[in-house]
Design a protein around this ligand. Structure first.
Ligand SMILES: [Zn+2]
Length: 67
């Protein structure tokens, strides 16, 4: 059993779990979302992830510049 992060909501879950409908890439909640909607959510999640890491980087730069 391994720990995975859902590509849509980012939650971490164990995979595979007997009787769980979760897949390699999606948790048991997101796996129930229709494919075409899930694809859009997945794209948005990736965009958000990029923005988050960019913000983190800017924050760190700002903090070190002040210090
Ligand atoms: Zn999920």
């Amino acid at each position: 059993m391994e720990k995975r992060n859902c590509r849509v909501c980012g939650v971490s879950y164990q995979y595979p779990v007997p009787k769980s409908i979760a897949t390699r890439f999606y948790c048991d909640q997101c796996v129930q979302i229709p494919g075409e909607i899930r694809r859009v959510l997945e794209l948005m999640r990736r965009k958000m992830d990029r923005m988050e890491s960019k913000i983190d980087k800017l924050e760190r730069e700002r903090t070190s510049a002040e210090g």
